[in-house]
Design a protein around this ligand. Structure first.
Ligand code: HEC
Ligand code: HEC
Ligand code: HEC
Ligand code: HEC
Ligand code: HEC
Length: 185
């Protein structure tokens, strides 16, 4: 079977077919790559951080979990609607149409996770905020972010570098903050 395919593939008609099939596969692959680059994270609505943070809305208003526990949390649509129902543009802007549709259908936003560490790592926001770190220390300047993208820096070296730096001369703290069991258990 395979041998017959190769005999056919080197014949003139076969060659053309192979070239066409090759081009088809290539364009599919290229299209796939193009799509992941265009839309790395299909969010239910394109939420602009810069605009909202610029309005003076606090990070913790939308991500209240960050000071309380492991997960910062992402806002439900009712939090958006609290403001947006009073904003005229909500009825007219194409960018806000997904919000209107969701409200009319009674559905919620299902956000695609962006900042994420693997399942086997236990990260907790609370001790970090309690130690006086700002969101900016780890997430960068969100006042400049239009649509959030994965910063792709949240690896083990990144955690450990800061832990070593923050522990300073405190031996006990250094041991605790670099112990495998602190982040993996
Ligand atoms: C009005 C609500 C709102 C405010 C205010 C807000 N966010 Fe968000 N944030 C969102 C929503 C909605 C998402 C999910 C959509 C997305 O990822 O773009 C999100 C996602 C994120 C993410 C995950 C995506 C990523 O880039 O890693 C981080 C981190 C984040 N916000 C940090 C912040 C910080 C820091 C502030 C304050 C400077 C802030 N946010 C203010 C609504 C808000
Ligand atoms: C504290 C009030 C407030 C909250 C909460 C809020 N917004 Fe907004 N949002 C605004 C204001 C004000 C504007 C600017 C409206 C204008 O340009 O007239 C805006 C603009 C936007 C725009 C851009 C619209 C355009 O046409 O340019 C999007 C998209 C948006 N908001 C989505 C959201 C989502 C999603 C949430 C919930 C995660 C949310 N907003 C929560 C006040 C808010
Ligand atoms: C020490 C670094 C650090 C600080 C400080 C920090 N974050 Fe995070 N944040 C992370 C890491 C790491 C993740 C990924 C967590 C995961 O996958 O479980 C994350 C995830 C998030 C997410 C994604 C969704 C979620 O529920 O976890 C949001 C939103 C977020 N952070 C907001 C904030 C806000 C707001 C602040 C400030 C109040 C803040 N973070 C401070 C490191 C940090
Ligand atoms: C920008 C600095 C910074 C980064 C980045 C950072 N941490 Fe931390 N981490 C701290 C500080 C400061 C503390 C609190 C130390 C103390 O107790 O005073 C802490 C505490 C912790 C604790 C609690 C330890 C305990 O006392 O039980 C855990 C767990 C932790 N970090 C995990 C992580 C993980 C996982 C990452 C990477 C995904 C990370 N951290 C990234 C600074 C950082
Ligand atoms: C401060 C938090 C922290 C500590 C302490 C820590 N790790 Fe990790 N580790 C991470 C994070 C975050 C990742 C996931 C990101 C990555 O792969 O770099 C990870 C990933 C890993 C992986 C998977 C590697 C991979 O390429 O996917 C292994 C194995 C691992 N850690 C082993 C260890 C061992 C052994 C120790 C103790 C010597 C340790 N870790 C201490 C945060 C930590």
């Amino acid at each position: 079977m395979i041998k017959r395919f190769f005999v056919w593939a080197i014949s003139p008609m076969g060659r053309i077919a192979v070239v066409i099939a090759g081009m088809f596969v290539f364009s599919l692959a290229a299209f796939g790559i193009y799509q992941t680059q265009q839309n790395p994270n299909p969010q239910p609505i394109q939420f602009p951080h810069n605009l909202h943070v610029g309005l003076g809305i606090q990070c913790l208003y939308c991500h209240p979990g960050a000071s309380k526990g492991p997960s910062a949390g992402l806002p439900t649509i009712s939090k958006c609607w609290g403001c947006h129902q009073q904003i005229a543009k909500t009825q007219t802007s194409p960018k806000l149409k997904p919000m209107l549709d969701a409200m009319n259908n009674g559905t919620n936003f299902v956000w695609a996770p962006v900042a994420k560490v693997p399942e086997f790592v236990h990260f907790n926001h609370r001790p970090h905020i309690a130690a006086g770190l700002n969101c900016e220390n780890c997430h960068g300047d969100m006042t400049k972010v239009t649509i959030a993208e994965n910063p792709q820096v949240m690896n083990m070296g990144w955690c450990l570098n800061c832990h070593r730096e923050r522990a300073g001369d405190d031996e006990a703290k250094l041991i605790k903050l670099t112990d495998c069991g602190t982040c993996h258990y």
